[in-house]
Structures are given as C-alpha cells and as structure tokens.
Design a protein around this ligand. Structure first.
Ligand SMILES: NC(=O)C1=CN([C@@H]2O[C@H](COP(=O)(O)OP(=O)(O)OC[C@H]3O[C@@H](n4cnc5c(N)ncnc54)[C@H](O)[C@@H]3O)[C@@H](O)[C@H]2O)C=CC1
Ligand SMILES: O=C(O)C1=N[C@H](C(=O)O)C[C@H](O)C1
Length: 272
C-alpha cells in the first residue's frame, strides 16, 4: 500500500490502453491498480504484463468495473462512447477522477458526463497533447483577428482503424475557431461534402477527414482568402503524447473540486 494515486486503465488492450499502461508503469508519481477490458475479451483473468507479452506486473485484467474502480483514485478511459458513459457514473460513485479521451460522443452522451461531473472530477478532451491544446488557443486568436473573407477549413488525417469523423481534435479546433468568430459551431458546421453540394457558404467552418495506414493523427486549420492562405498544423507521430497528457490530467484532478474540466484547464492555457 502506498500513498501514490492508484490508476485504473480501461480498454487496456487497445492502442491507447497499452500506451497508457506503459506510461503509468513508468511513472514514479502513481501506481497501476487495475486494468479493465470488455466482457469476453481474452485478456480477462490474465496478468496485464503477461497479456502484453512481458513479465507479470501483479495486476489482473478484469471486466468488473465496480470492483476495480473501488481501488482507484483515477480512471483513465480511452474506449468507446457507450462504455465511457457507463464508466462515468461508476467512477463518480467511487469518487475517482475520470479522465476521458474517448471521442465520437454525442450531445446526449456529454449530458450524461456532465451529470456525473456534479459528483466527481471529470477531465475530457478530444486530444490530450500539449501541442493540440496550444493549437486550439492559437486557432481562436487567429479566427478572432480575421473576418469571413477567410474561409476556415479543418483537415484531419488518421489511421484506417478510426471509427469516428470528424475527429475529436478536429471538433475541438472547429469549436475554437467558432468561439474566435463569436458564432455557434452547430450553425456553421459543414462536414461530409459529397456530390453536388452547392458553393461554400460564407462563414461556414468546413471539415474533411482522411483515413489511411498507420497515421497517428494530423490536423490542419486552414484560413483561405483571395490571394493568401494561413495554415496552422499539428502532427502527432507518437501516441505517448496523449498518454502523458492523460496521466498529467489524472494527477492534476486529485486536487480539484467536482466538475467538468478539459486539458486547457489542466495545462493552464486559458489566459494565453
Ligand atoms: N483524446 C485523445 O488524446 C485521444 C483519443 N483517442 C480516442 O480513444 C478511443 C480509443 O482509441 P484506440 O485506443 O485507438 O481504440 P482501440 O479500438 O484500439 O481501443 C479501444 C479499447 O476499448 C475497449 N473497450 C470497448 N468497450 C469496452 C468496455 N465496455 N469495457 C472495457 N473496455 C472496452 C476495446 O476492447 C479496446 O481494447 C477512441 O475514441 C479515440 O478516438 C485516441 C487517441 C488520443
Ligand atoms: O483515434 C485516434 O487515433 C485519435 N483520436 C483523437 C481524435 O479523434 O482526435 C486524437 C488523436 O488525433 C488520435
């Protein structure tokens, strides 16, 4: 038993799950106390180190969220929307900080997360990296400085396994651009162009998604006007940047009051 925060990783066998397990195991500031996978997964019952093809680490993979969360000071969750909504209620009951990286959440899902955040700390961001969260602040400022002569387009690229579009990051960047312009993203969002779409509407914020190979995550915010273009870009080459951000959020959350937070709060970027 130590006084370091105990961390549970959900979706332990996933691309992010495995990266998060490695990040937590390598940290001196916390302890891995549980790993969850979905019911029926072949990792259930195995030591997570063994399941990952290494030496045992003394943590057995479980599908029992209630029992596992009871040992946690923080739950780091990069899974799928339905699982994340269910976990938010259970993490709040356990008074554990819930760090959510899952994307593709609906408005209804987010309302459920906000309800859970009345009882516990939730930190949620479509992208946990320092670089992207800095880019959101830059995007807001550039959008505020330019008028609608500049068309705003968000272009994102990801690996071929990704199931949601636009990416969570693209939506964060779109929200930032809309805030800078003083408009509601839902009123100006233009995604999924196909066929005879008609000309672009002035003031719209457009989204385009590329899916291919093993691209970790690439995002451009394009401001295009007659005669000139500005492009703000972020390229992720290693998922470790998301895992490091998530662990930082889990530790930061230990000292916060219940509520819904994001990585701009964690990183202190709001006043930039
Ligand atoms: N916010 C951020 O910085 C980032 C967010 N993501 C998001 O994280 C999510 C996961 O991404 P990947 O790891 O690439 O996907 P993945 O498909 O490799 O992993 C998801 C894992 O969740 C598990 N899972 C699903 N339902 C579960 C349940 N009910 N209980 C326990 N485990 C469950 C799956 O079995 C799988 O192992 C996606 O929504 C992705 O967009 C990914 C990278 C960075
Ligand atoms: O699914 C991914 O891989 C990623 N998802 C996040 C998103 O939807 O933006 C973050 C990152 O780009 C990788």
């Amino acid at each position: 038993m130590t006084d370091k925060p105990g961390i549970v990783i959900t979706g332990g066998s996933g691309r992010m799950g495995q990266m998060l397990i490695d990040t937590v195991l390598a940290s001196d500031a916390c302890e891995l106390v549980g790993v969850l996978e979905r019911e029926g997964h072949d990792w259930i019952g195995q030591d997570v180190g063994t399941a990952m093809g290494r030496a045992p680490v003394g943590v057995t993979v479980s599908d029992d969220a209630v029992g596992t969360f009871a040992r946690a000071q923080a739950v780091i969750d990069f899974t799928a929307p339905e699982a994340t909504v269910a976990f938010s209620e259970l993490a709040a009951q356990a008074r554990a900080v819930h760090v959510i990286g899952t994307t593709g959440l609906t408005e209804d899902d987010i309302a459920h997360l906000d309800a859970a955040a009345r009882h516990a700390v939730i930190v949620r961001a479509g992208n946990m990296s320092l670089g992207v969260n800095l880019l959101t602040q830059l995007t807001k400022r550039v959008a505020a400085a330019l008028d609608e002569d500049f068309d705003i387009e968000i272009i994102e690229a990801h690996h071929h396994h990704k199931v949601d579009a636009p990416s969570g990051t693209a939506l964060m960047l779109g929200e930032a651009a809309a805030q800078g312009r003083g408009v509601d993203l839902q009123d100006v969002r233009d995604s999924g162009r196909d066929g005879i779409t008609g000309a672009r509407q002035r003031g719209d914020i457009g989204f385009s998604a590329i899916r291919g190979g093993d691209i970790v995550g690439e995002h451009d915010v394009l401001f295009a006007a007659a005669g000139e273009r500005i492009k703000l870009s972020h390229i992720a080459t290693d998922r470790a940047i998301f895992a490091r951000g998530a662990l930082r959020a889990a530790l930061w959350g230990q000292d916060q009051k219940p509520g819904a937070y994001d990585m701009v709060d964690v990183l202190g970027l709001a006043d930039l």
